[in-house]
Design a protein. Structure first.
Length: 366
């Protein structure tokens, strides 16, 4: 009997510990979505092996769509998590910045001719130039936030408003088209590999950021600045530079996402590309249990949150929800997450949990 009680106690402690884990929130959301789709339509989880127009094997299905489009969101979530943790705010210009970086890539690849027969520059050169440009725009946002002390959402509103016009100006308001099939590999499939290339790109980005967080002090310094900027300054840190650096890192993430975006169609639509993606990136951070007011963060939870958001988006599309209505559904999720993450609500939930535990203990004693 005592052995059974010990096992029961261990199970309770395990569940209690799991509930306290930050990553529990995206895992719970993932389970809810999975169960809903399993009940509504089990075929949602079906994966089929087919062939594309070039005759190469490709995996298709809703799960592959989540893996594919969730990867570019996961890359953005990396940078958005760092920005949120350090500055206590969010960058709402990432969609416009992707349009700029994507436009730069196409401009370099196409040159002065919007529809060249061959590439006018190597893809790696176009990508590196886009990285520099995206990081410069990230630095612009970083200067406004870190040095001029402007609220992140207000500071990034400038690029959010003007970014797509800048993207169109880069290519003289033309729609360049890259005809070289190798360019489409980055947003599609590499011949002979049936898994979408964006997943591998995201995997590399995730590996790099985890190595950086493990072997450098970036994560510790970012959290310190977010928790208490004045204390971190007294301890010898430079909060201004750290905030600035997080925006530059987000700029790099934007360039990678832009490469994936424009290579999907080998072209660009300035007004549509990455539309509302900033909302998804912010929601991924929030769903990961990270405080939107800055401080401690869990990168793994944010990345998982990105795939959960794509799971939600794919589910809504599956049930014929109009694309214009998607932001409304996601806004409800954002409101719920923000409310649940507030100190008052957490204190109330903790108090309710303690009362239930006490009442259960009294009943067992009685």
């Amino acid at each position: 009997m005592s052995k059974e009680k010990t096992v029961e106690k261990q199970n309770k402690n395990f569940l209690s510990g799991l509930f306290r884990q930050q990553i529990f929130i995206p895992i719970a959301a993932l389970i809810i979505l999975a169960v809903f789709n399993l009940i509504a339509d089990p075929s949602f989880f079906k994966i089929t092996l087919g062939y594309n127009s070039a005759g190469d094997p490709v995996l298709s299905g809703y799960l592959m769509t989540i893996l594919d489009y969730g990867s570019e969101l996961a890359i953005l979530a990396i940078g958005m998590t760092l920005v949120t943790a350090a500055s206590g705010g969010q960058d709402i210009s990432v969609g416009a910045a992707i349009a700029i970086a994507g436009s730069v890539i196409l401009r370099v690849l196409c040159g002065t001719n919007s529809r060249p027969d061959t590439l006018q520059a190597p893809i790696i050169v176009a990508f590196l130039i886009a990285c520099v440009v995206a990081m410069l725009f990230g630095a612009f946002n970083g200067v406004l936030v870190a040095y001029f002390k402007i609220q992140p959402m207000v500071a990034t509103l400038i690029l959010y408003t003007a970014g797509r016009s800048i993207a169109a100006w880069i290519n003289n308001n033309e729609l360049p088209i890259v005809s070289d099939p190798t360019f489409s590999y980055f947003g599609g499939f590499i011949p002979g590999i049936p898994i979408p290339t964006p997943f591998f790109i995201a995997a590399v980005c995730v590996l790099v950021i985890f190595l950086v967080l493990k072997f450098t002090t970036l994560g510790l310094y970012t959290q310190s600045v977010g928790i208490n900027e004045n204390s971190s300054k007294l301890n010898g840190l430079n909060p201004t530079f750290i905030k600035f650096l997080t925006f530059v890192i987000l700029g790099l993430c934007v360039a990678v996402a832009a490469l994936i975006k424009v290579s999907r169609l080998s072209s660009i639509n300035y007004s549509v590309i990455a539309k509302h993606i900033e909302m998804d990136a912010i929601l991924a951070v929030a769903l990961g249990g990270n405080s939107l007011s800055g401080g401690k963060f869990n990168m793994a939870a944010s990345i998982l949150g990105a795939y959960v958001i794509q799971f939600l988006t794919t589910t809504l599309y599956k049930f014929d929800v109009q694309s214009d209505a998607l932001p409304a559904y996601k806004a409800v999720v954002v409101i719920l997450l923000v409310v649940l993450s507030t100190p008052k609500v957490r204190e109330w939930l903790s108090a309710v949990g303690k009362k239930l535990k006490q009442s259960k203990t009294v009943k067992e004693v009685g």
